[in-house]
Design a protein around this ligand. Structure first.
Ligand SMILES: Cc1ncc(COP(=O)(O)O)c(C=O)c1O
Length: 467
C-alpha cells in the first residue's frame, strides 16, 4: 500500500491514465454501432450504486468496469442517432481540455491568480462576442448552461433598470420561450405577475404588435416594463423571433432586449447565418450554449452582455480576504458572475477552437441546417405527416395527420416504435397543446445516413399505424 495513496507515483499515474483512455476510446470508436438508447435492466444496475462510502479504496479496473456498464445503460447523447431534445455530441478535444484544466488545477476566477490562463478565458469569451457581432466593450461569462446564463441575464437587466423594490417590473416573453426563463425570473425574486407571456404567429414567433400593446397596457396600469426576452431558436420548433421589430419597440419604450440563443445562436457562423437572426448583434445580452451549438460536452453555457459594466454591476461583491488579488488586471469572472471558485472552463472552449479552427464548426453547423431541411422536404411530401413549420434552423416538428384524438393516441406510439429500433432517438413535445414529435439535428456526429434512417423509420412505422 502506497504511503500517500492520493499521490500515486508517475508510473501508477500513467497506468491509471491509460486505463481511462482505453475505456473512453473503446466507447468512442464503437459509437456508430451502439444503440441510440438502452435502458434495459438499468434499475438493478442503478440499485448497485446505492452504497456506503468505502473505507478502503477499490481497484481502478473494477470501478471503470462498473462505470462502463452504467454509461451503456442510458440515452446515447454522444452518438450520431441522438436527435432528441437539443443534442451536441461532445467534442473529444474539449474533454482533453477539461482533463488538462482539472489535472493542473489552476484558479482563473481572478486574473491576478493566473493572468495568462485568465486571458485565455477572456479571449475565448471575446471570440463568442465577435461571433455574435457584439461591439468592443461587451463582456461575458461562461456558465454551466443556458439556464444559468438566462438567470444572470435577468439579474443584470433587473439591476440596470429597476431599484431594490422591483416587484412591479415586467418581463415579456413568448409562449414558446424556454421554461428556464420563468424559473430564472422566480429565482431572481420576481412574482409570477412580472411575467407577461405573449402569443406567437403561425411560425411560432413572438408577435411584435402584441408586445407593444402589452407594454402600453402595463404602463397604463402603473407597472414597470423593463425587459423583453426574445428567442433565437425555440426548443420546440427552432423559431426565431423578429428581432428588428422587437428591438424597435423595446427602444421606443426604454426596455432592454435579451436574446435566448442557447440553441440557435451559433448558426450565425454558417454562410448566410447573419440573415437567420438579423438584429441579434443589437441585443443588450445574449445567451449561448457551446454545449449545444459548438458541440462541446455538457456543462458550458455563456452570457454575453453588450454593456460589460452592467454585468459587473449586477455581480459585484468584495471582502477583505480577497484584497491581495482584487482590482489587479482586467475584471475576472469572479467579478462578473455569481461564482467564485470554479473550474477553468474557458479551456474547454478555447482548445477546440484553437485546434480545429472555427471553419470546422461552421461546416458542421451548415450540414445540420441542410439535414433538417432534407428531413423536412421528405416528411412534407408524405400525406401521413403534418409539418408544424418549415425549419427556421435545425428542428423539424411534425405530427401524424389524423383526427385529433387519433393523432394524440398514435403520436406517442409512433415515437415508441421508432425509438424501439434504437438506431435513432427522438423526443416529443406539445405545441399549442397538441402532441408533436421532433427531429433536432445538432450533433457533429450526425450525418445524412442517420437522418435518412430516422425518416425511413418514421415512414415505415407511420405506415404500420395508419396504413
Ligand atoms: C432555447 C433554450 N434556452 C435555454 C435552454 C436551457 O439551457 P441549459 O439546458 O443549458 O440550461 C435550452 C435547453 O435546451 C434551450 O433550448
Amino acid at each position: 500500500m502506497a504511503r500517500f495513496p492520493l499521490e500515486p507515483d508517475r508510473e501508477r499515474l500513467e497506468e491509471m491514465t491509460r486505463a481511462v483512455v482505453r475505456l473512453v476510446l473503446d466507447h468512442l470508436s464503437s459509437l456508430d454501432a451502439q444503440p441510440a438508447h438502452d435502458l434495459d435492466g438499468v434499475e438493478g444496475l442503478r440499485a448497485s450504486f446505492r452504497e456506503a462510502v468505502p473505507e478502503r479504496g477499490r481497484p481502478l479496473d473494477e470501478i471503470l468496469g462498473r462505470l462502463e456498464a452504467a454509461i451503456a445503460k442510458s440515452y446515447n447523447a454522444a452518438g450520431p442517432g441522438y436527435l432528441a431534445y437539443i443534442p451536441g455530441g461532445g467534442v473529444y478535444t474539449s474533454a482533453l481540455a477539461d482533463f488538462v484544466a482539472a489535472a493542473t488545477n489552476r484558479y482563473v476566477g481572478v486574473s491576478a491568480a493566473a493572468p495568462a490562463l485568465a486571458q485565455i478565458e477572456e479571449t475565448a469569451v471575446g471570440w463568442l462576442c465577435a461571433m455574435m457581432g457584439l461591439p468592443a466593450g461587451s463582456l461575458g461569462i461562461l456558465t454551466s448552461g443556458g439556464s444559468l446564463s438566462n438567470f444572470s441575464a435577468l439579474v443584470t437587466a433587473r439591476e440596470a433598470c429597476l431599484d431594490e423594490d422591483f416587484q412591479d417590473g415586467v418581463i415579456y416573453l413568448s409562449e414558446e420561450t424556454h421554461h428556464c426563463v420563468a424559473k430564472a425570473a422566480r429565482l431572481a425574486g420576481f412574482p409570477g405577475s412580472s411575467l407577461r407571456t405573449l402569443p406567437t404567429d403561425e411560425r411560432f414567433r413572438l408577435i411584435p404588435e402584441a408586445l407593444e400593446a402589452a407594454i402600453r397596457d402595463d404602463r397604463r396600469r402603473g407597472r414597470r416594463p423593463f425587459l423583453v426576452v426574445a428567442n433565437v431558436g425555440t426548443t420546440n420548433t427552432g423559431a426565431v423571433d423578429p428581432l428588428p421589430e422587437i428591438l424597435a419597440i423595446a427602444r421606443a419604450h426604454g426596455l432592454r432586449v435579451h436574446a435566448d440563443a442557447a440553441y440557435g445562436g451559433f448558426f450565425r457562423l454558417t454562410p448566410g447565418g447573419e440573415d437567420l437572426m438579423p438584429g441579434v448583434e443589437e441585443c443588450d445580452s445574449i445567451t449561448l450554449d457551446p454545449h449545444k451549438g459548438l458541440f462541446l460536452p455538457y456543462g458550458l453555457g455563456a452570457l454575453l452582455v453588450r454593456d460589460g459594466g452592467a454585468l459587473a454591476r449586477a455581480h459585484r461583491g468584495t471582502a477583505s480576504y480577497v484584497q491581495d488579488v482584487a482590482g489587479e488586471g482586467s475584471l475576472g469572472s469572479a467579478d462578473l458572475s455569481p461564482e467564485l471558485s470554479r473550474d477553468f472552463r474557458g479551456l474547454r472552449l478555447w482548445l477546440p477552437l484553437m485546434l480545429h479552427g472555427v471553419a470546422a464548426f461552421r461546416e458542421q453547423l451548415g450540414e445540420k441546417l441542410a439535414l433538417a431541411r432534407w428531413a423536412h422536404e421528405r416528411l412534407r411530401g408524405d400525406p401521413r405527416f403534418e409539418i408544424l413549420d418549415e425549419p427556421q434552423l435545425s428542428v423539424v416538428a411534425f405530427r401524424l395527420r389524423a383526427p385529433e384524438a387519433e393523432a394524440e393516441r398514435l403520436g406517442p406510439e409512433l415515437l415508441r416504435r421508432v425509438n424501439a429500433r434504437r438506431r435513432v432517438f427522438l423526443s416529443s413535445t406539445r405545441v399549442r397543446g397538441r402532441y408533436a414529435l421532433r427531429i433536432c439535428v445538432l450533433s457533429f456526429r450526425t450525418h445524412a445516413d442517420r437522418v435518412r434512417d430516422a425518416v425511413l423509420a418514421l415512414e415505415e412505422e407511420a405506415g404500420a399505424l395508419l396504413g
